[in-house]
Ligand binder design. Structure first.
Ligand code: FNR
Length: 184
């Protein structure tokens, strides 16, 4: 089974994006092992500290580097990714030449209650990551509109149509991760 580092861009306790990540982990069971990357204890990025980073920075870089793929679960804050998520990405990609994302495949997903969900944040994120990842899943795009009842009490996707779509997303990402791991 392949390991996927999961970066959820929200650090709040009842995050709907964290709930989505946990529900996706259930859909990936037996194929991908999701490993949530903690980002709430990272210092604010400061280039002065790149050479001697905080232990939390070293930890996330090692965690990401040890994974076969990276799943980015992006909330949208003011039409972009939350600052906590950008902060984590900035640390993970520095110093130059030591990016934890180097050679990794990834996928982007995210949820909000808005009509276009986190589409604009995801577009920004794709641009941010384009110079770092070996490949990002291009299709399907997954702009998940969060609604009551989407995720059940058991933490699994409860809506059947959404479950079918999200299973397809997870399966395509798993195929990408597996193909990359075979080549390595
Ligand atoms: C938001 N929210 C939001 N939603 C959206 O669809 N587009 C947006 O641009 C914004 N902007 C925004 C800015 C700020 C500062 C906050 C706090 C919130 C709403 C957002 O989607 C909602 O709070 C989600 O619950 C955030 O995801 P988590 O934290 O629950 O995972």
């Amino acid at each position: 089974m392949h390991k996927v580092a999961v970066i959820v861009g929200s650090i709040r306790k009842d995050s709907i994006n964290r709930k989505l990540a946990d529900a996706l982990a259930k859909l990936a069971e037996g194929r991908l092992m999701f490993d949530i990357v903690r980002i709430d204890d990272l210092p604010l990025f400061n280039q002065d500290d790149e050479a001697s980073p905080a232990p939390s920075v070293t930890r996330i870089k090692a965690q990401i580097a040890s994974a076969d793929g990276v799943l980015f679960v992006a909330p949208e804050h003011n039409r972009s990714i939350p600052s906590a998520m950008k902060n984590a990405i900035d640390w993970a990609t520095r110093p130059r030449g030591t990016s934890a994302f180097s050679g990794k495949v990834g996928a982007i997903i995210g949820t909000s209650r808005g009509g276009i969900a986190t589409a604009i944040a995801q577009s920004h994120l794709r641009t941010i990551l384009s110079g770092h990842m070996a490949a990002l899943l291009g299709s399907p795009e997954a702009y998940v509109q969060f609604k009551d009842g989407l995720i059940g009490e058991d933490g699994a996707i409860a809506d059947e149509a959404s479950k079918t779509f999200l299973q397809g997303f997870v399966d395509k990402f798993a195929r990408l991760v597996e193909a990359m791991a075979e080549k390595a």
